[in-house]
Design a protein around this ligand. Structure first.
Ligand code: NAD
Ligand code: UDP
Length: 340
């Protein structure tokens, strides 16, 4: 199939292109490069041996999107493009709603105009809000997101579902990611945050390499076995293969499907730090800091629906995720920037 990958030069998009190409699909990356670099396109080619078509463009540019969808005879869109910094979204709600929600509406209009019926969307476990029951299943009602970023995901899910209802021949797949970490095992591709990382794993790797002094563990007085919050970390290559599985399961008659993509296993902050030290042999100094506002205590997935309906399940464990994140960080201490 010919796949338009919005946000294709970003962290998850780029790893997904590797899997798409290796499964025999043709991927066209569409990105405005606001949080990524074209260096990654060479890295993808270095792994798969196949060049990646790239269109520099914004998802709010409906005309360019429509042209791109037609020019490349696109069968399905995988929609990763979006702003994703939780803290920033609190201070820039207009930019977040414009980019994420407004951009998705333009994308849907372009798909309608170009006659493209299938879309797979990067949603997030954040749409569940504070879990009332664990593990999380797809049929649980959505909860209250704690920030504008999280709300954009819930709103986009609603927009996509309303659109699928109005155009029943459309295929809409909402993939709710848990916590993607890790990197391509080659060490040539990985997560490249700008500035001081907000997320746990890039913070840990930057402490390990000496760019940051110590990790702050946000709270050790939660109601969990070691007092720190629990998340469902998933290797980015597993997440990437989940998209290929979702593509394979697209229904010719159209429909709306929702899947959790996680491992089903919860790992606490301290367990992750210890797993990292064990997997890499590198010490990660840390100290306990106050709780971070808006954090849910524990969040992990029931992934049985994806296993039954997509034939997909995560393969990698937490130590492999740590080893691959470290391999990438060591080989690229400044991410893609040195090569740009
Ligand atoms: P990323 O920032 O690495 O990738 C997003 C890409 O989208 C970037 O390359 C950026 O330049 C591009 N982009 C942003 N706005 C754009 C626009 N208006 N037009 C064109 N391109 C634009 O982020 P990621 O971690 O790869 O996340 C991909 C998607 O998955 C996002 O939608 C994110 O919200 C979602 N998601 C991520 C996580 C996570 O922890 N990384 C968890 C759940 C969901
Ligand atoms: N966390 C932490 N120190 C950091 C970054 C994160 O203790 O520097 C904790 C955070 O409080 C949460 C967990 O690690 O309990 C995962 O955080 P992340 O931001 O990676 O993911 P999210 O909270 O969005 O699921």
């Amino acid at each position: 199939m010919n796949i338009l990958v919005t946000g294709g030069t970003g962290f998850i998009g780029s790893h997904t292109i590797v899997e798409l190409q290796q499964a025999g699909h043709t991927a066209v990356a569409y990105d405005n490069l606001c949080n990524s670099s074209t260096v990654v396109l060479d890295r993808i080619e270095g792994i798969t041996g196949k060049p990646v078509e790239f269109v520099e463009g914004d998802i709010r540019d409906q005309e360019k999107l429509t042209k791109t969808l037609k020019d490349f005879d696109i069968d399905c869109v995988i929609h990763f493009a979006g702003l994703k910094a939780v803290g920033e979204s609190v201070h820039k709600p207009i930019e977040y709603y414009d980019n994420n929600v407004g951009g998705t509406v333009k994308l849907l209009a372009a798909m309608r105009d170009a006659g493209v019926n299938s879309i797979i969307f990067s949603s997030s476990a954040t749409v569940y809000g504070e879990p009332t029951k664990l593990p999380l299943t797809e049929d649980m009602p959505k909860g209250q997101a704690t920030n504008p970023y999280g709300r954009t995901k819930g709103i986009i899910e609603d927009i996509l579902s309303d659109t699928q209802f109005a155009y029943p021949q459309m295929n809409v797949v909402l993939l709710r990611y848990f916590n993607p970490i890790g990197a391509h095992p080659s060490g040539t591709m990985g997560e490249d945050p700008t500035g001081i990382p907000n997320n746990l794993m890039p913070y840990v790797t930057q402490v390990a390499i000496g760019k940051l002094k110590e990790l702050g563990v946000f709270g050790n007085d939660y109601d969990t076995p070691d007092g720190t919050c629990i998340r469902d970390y998933i290797h980015v290559m597993d997440l990437a293969s989940g998209h290929v599985a979702a593509l394979k399961a697209l229904k010719p008659e159209g429909g709306l499907s929702i899947y959790n993509l996680g491992t089903g296993r919860g790992t606490s902050v301290l367990e992750l730090v210890n797993a990292f030290m064990k997997a890499t042999g590198v010490n990660v100094p840390y100290s306990i800091k106050p709780r971070r506002e808006g954090d849910v205590v524990a969040c992990y997935a029931d992934c049985s629906k994806a296993k039954e309906e997509l034939g997909w399940e995560a393969k990698y464990g937490i130590e492999q995720m740590c080893a691959d994140s470290w391999n990438w960080q060591q080989k690229n201490p400044n991410g893609y920037r040195d090569q740009a």
